[in-house]
Design a protein. Structure first.
Length: 185
């Protein structure tokens, strides 16, 4: 019995020795509307897969447009208000608009003085004024923590925005800009 079992095992091994093991190769994915075209002048006679394409004049029917969530607003300098809410350097903690000394409404053709708290380490502040469309109307620099805009910049009923940016001694801005809106009456 042992001999017969040994012959069966050896016979089975030699019968399969000359065969390659079967491999599971995935079938190529089906191509919808694709055609096989014989390739002329190629070294092999393998066909080439040709896929249909859109005409060169095709354009999508719906153009995507970027939209911002309703709670996100851009400031005149393009900074998101959400970024302004993030924590900044400790030196920027006192760099805020002094609302008690900065008016929101002022007489047109009269100078407007805006006031803010100092940013520790600021060498100079850049002060900007924007019109209602966000266009820069005026830019200047100061070493003080207040600035007086000339009255000639303002028109009756005009709506304006202003901002201040602190820069250190090598000219690097290190705090987010601050500012407010004002209306000339």
């Amino acid at each position: 019995m042992r001999v017969w079992l040994l012959i069966v095992i050896v016979g089975a091994m030699t019968g399969c020795a000359g065969q390659e093991a079967a491999t599971n190769t995935p079938a190529p994915p089906a191509q919808e509307n694709a055609t096989l075209v014989p390739t002329e002048g190629a070294a092999t006679d393998a066909p080439t897969l040709v896929r249909p394409t859109l005409p060169p004049t095709w354009t999508p029917g719906i153009q995507p447009t970027p939209t911002l969530a309703p709670f996100v607003t851009l400031t005149p300098d393009g900074t998101l208000d959400a970024l302004r809410a993030l924590p900044t350097f400790p030196a920027c903690g006192s760099f805020v608009v002094d609302l008690s000394r900065t008016p929101q409404v002022f007489a047109h053709q009269q100078p407007l003085t805006v006031v803010w708290g100092a940013a520790a380490g600021a060498d100079v502040y850049r002060v900007s004024l924007f019109d209602v469309s966000g266009q820069t109307v005026f830019v200047d620099t100061t070493r003080d923590t207040s600035y007086t805009f000339p009255g000639s910049l303002f028109f009756f009923g005009g709506y304006y925005g202003w901002e201040v940016r602190p820069f250190d001694s090598v000219g690097i801005q290190f705090c987010m800009p601050i500012g407010d809106d004002v209306t000339g009456q």
